[in-house]
Design a protein around this ligand. Structure first.
Ligand code: F6R
Length: 612
């Protein structure tokens, strides 16, 4: 949600900043801007993608070896040139970029208006930079102190970088709630909202903690203080990210590349954790907390969006394999509804980005009640990974496409391993079932590979339905979350209205929607409830709905009823979500492309939702 990048060092800042903005564009892409300092402070901003900013500056002075840049996902004020970041202070000597929301901005703004200040934009960010300059002048303090004083007055979340014409050898960065990473290069510093713009220059990074301010000097001095002026020692981490994972690698879109990466990403999420020959499933990151899980009276899974769907699969897995009751909660609801949380509850927080504001807040709430928090995150060193007691990284690699694909299958893989590991230690799963499952998990990457080979067939189905206005997705048991995920994927990238339902619920309402124009995707691989799913398909057929069925290879009965069938390899029922999701990802992708949609940057969305 909004991308921040800043540079100070010996090189020209602009090319580094623009390259960084392109890397961060997945976080927000309704406007972009840059401020460069070379004697005077110059600021350029444009509505639209980063390429619009590049067009704008093509005949402008872009010199300077210190600068800040931003790509925006609008919260306060519509996306336009004026509301784009950076924002100037009244004297135009200071500029700021900001990610997050200043919740008390209107109170602060009224006070500043009463003191005679005028604002150009509708943003909370402009209020903050006015406040900083006001403090600097009226309290006669230096810039660092002014930022500290201002941030002590702010309620809400922020990641900011401030640049000043009067301090050409210094950048100030600070954060609370929204992430900020500092890259320590050879005689240079970069600051960014994630490590992707930094990786080209250095692997040494410092993650700022909440309410910390970093002062970056041209003489390579990095000072970190809190906003209460307590000195902190920077802790330097080594990045493990590979540069080639941030490129499209010959695919037309990041989303397609990430769909096709799944055989590898699923393998990576199992690496070192599963040894089927020796009968070992062990997740090193949670080993110290395994007894908590084994003895838990209840597991609460918290997440948002696609990660929440993975959590639903987790509910079925944990209840089947460990017999521990599971509740799956939307983090945004959980955090505000006074939930009952016990000290022997284990909370599993799932997040690809590790930065989702609602999930983070839900974790803090559960932690304050004494629960144990286990994380399942993709981004190493992310805020959620750091806020949890223990956890397992999914190791799916950077996910750039806004629609989550490989992160989902990796999350489900980790949940399966966790449930198997706990179930086997708890004695709630028979030895034969345990071996059947771990042997089959090893086969999953190969079966995903095989499923991906269905793409031409899926493309042909996509062509038939690209102009549909609505879609219904149905599934039962383990396939119910798959139906929800299929519907979410379609609506977010193609803008077709889609609903996911447990198949048997259809007759309690959604059946009214079915006519000969309604495509109904039925995930019909179930063994236990096969006959029942067949009846659901009959109900759709009786109302002339168009049936696209995902079935197990060799299926006979569903084939007789469906208009289109997609056959996926046979596997254990508990592992079907991983395979059955793949055709639904491809179906959404091809429909969206055929409708001319920007699949990697769908409208109104952003990859990392760091605001409420
Ligand atoms: C859907 C999607 C979102 C995210 C949700 C949670 O394709 O990407 O629904 O799943 O915003 O994000 P994370 O997993 O980063 O917490």
């Amino acid at each position: 949600m909004c991308g921040i990048v800043a540079y100070i060092g010996p090189k020209e800042a602009y090319p580094i900043l623009i390259k960084g903005l392109h890397r961060l564009e997945y976080r927000g892409y309704d406007s972009a801007g840059v401020a460069l300092l070379n004697g005077n402070l110059r600021l350029y901003k444009a509505q639209g993608k980063v390429s619009e900013l590049e067009n704008l500056v093509s005949d402008k002075d872009i010199s300077g070896n210190i600068g800040i840049a931003h790509t925006r996902w609008a919260t306060h004020g519509e996306p336009n040139d004026i509301n784009a970041h950076p924002h100037f202070s009244p004297s135009k000597k200071l500029a700021i970029i900001h990610n997050g929301i200043i919740e008390n901005y209107s109170t602060l703004k009224s006070e500043l208006i009463n003191r005679g200040y005028v604002f150009d934009s509708n943003t909370d960010t402009e209020v903050l930079i006015h406040l900083i300059e006001d403090i600097q002048i009226n309290e006669n303090v230096n810039l660092v102190e002014a930022v500290q004083i201002a941030l002590n007055q702010v309620i809400g979340a922020y990641a900011i970088v401030v640049i000043s014409q009067d301090y050409p050898d210094m950048l100030i960065a600070a954060k609370k709630g929204s992430p900020l990473v500092i890259g320590i290069g050879e005689g240079e510093f970069l600051v960014a909202s994630d490590a992707t713009p930094i990786i080209d220059y250095t692997k040494n990074v410092v993650y700022l903690d909440d309410e910390e301010i970093a002062i970056l000097n041209r003489n390579c001095e990095l000072k970190i203080k809190t906003i209460k002026n307590k000195d902190k020692t920077p802790y330097v981490h080594k990045l493990e990210m590979q540069l080639n994972t941030l490129e499209k690698g010959g695919f037309e879109h990041f989303m397609l590349k990430e769909i096709y990466e799944q055989p590898r990403s699923i393998k990576d999420s199992m690496r070192g954790r599963l040894n089927a020959q020796k009968g070992i499933v062990s997740l090193g990151g949670i080993i110290d907390y395994e007894m908590k899980l084994i003895n838990a009276k209840r597991i609460i899974i918290i997440a948002c969006g696609t990660s929440w769907h993975a959590g639903l699969v987790g509910e079925y897995l944990f209840e089947d394999l460990t017999r521990i009751p599971v509740e799956v909660e939307y983090a945004s609801e959980f955090r505000y509804r006074n939930p009952v949380i016990y000290e022997d509850d284990v909370v599993i927080a799932i997040s690809q980005s590790g930065e989702t504001a609602d999930t983070l807040a839900a974790i803090e709430l559960a932690k304050s009640k004494g629960a144990t928090i286990i994380g399942i995150c993709n981004v190493v060193g992310s805020s959620i990974a750091r806020a949890t007691h223990a956890g397992s990284y999914t190791h799916a690699g950077p996910e750039i496409g806004v629609a989550s694909t490989k992160a989902f299958t990796a999350q489900v893989t980790i949940l399966t391993l966790m449930a198997l590991s706990i179930g086997s230690k708890k004695g709630t799963i028979s030895t034969s079932k345990f071996y059947q499952l771990i042997n089959e998990i090893e086969n999953i990457p190969e079966k995903v590979e095989k499923t991906l080979k269905l793409s031409e067939k899926i493309k042909a189905i996509a062509y038939e339905f690209k102009d549909a206005r609505n879609f219904l997705y149905l599934g039962r048991g383990y396939n119910f979350p798959v139906a929800l995920e299929g519907a979410l994927k379609l609506k977010e990238i193609s803008y077709i209205h889609a609903e996911g339902y447990p198949a048997a619920e259809m007759k309690h309402g959604p059946i009214a929607l079915i006519d000969n124009e309604m495509p109904v995707v039925v995930v019909a691989t179930n063994k236990g409830t096969y006959e029942k799913v067949l009846s659901n398909i009959e109900e759709v057929r009786a109302r002339k709905g168009k049936i696209i069925a995902i079935v197990t290879e060799g299926d006979v009965e569903v084939k007789k009823l469906a208009d289109y069938v997609i056959e996926i390899p046979e596997t254990q029922e508990m592992l079907v979500p991983i395979l059955a999701t793949i055709p639904l990802q491809l179906l959404s992708y091809y429909i969206a492309v055929m409708r001319g949609c920007n699949v990697d940057m769908p409208r109104n969305l952003a990859k990392s939702v760091t605001v409420e």
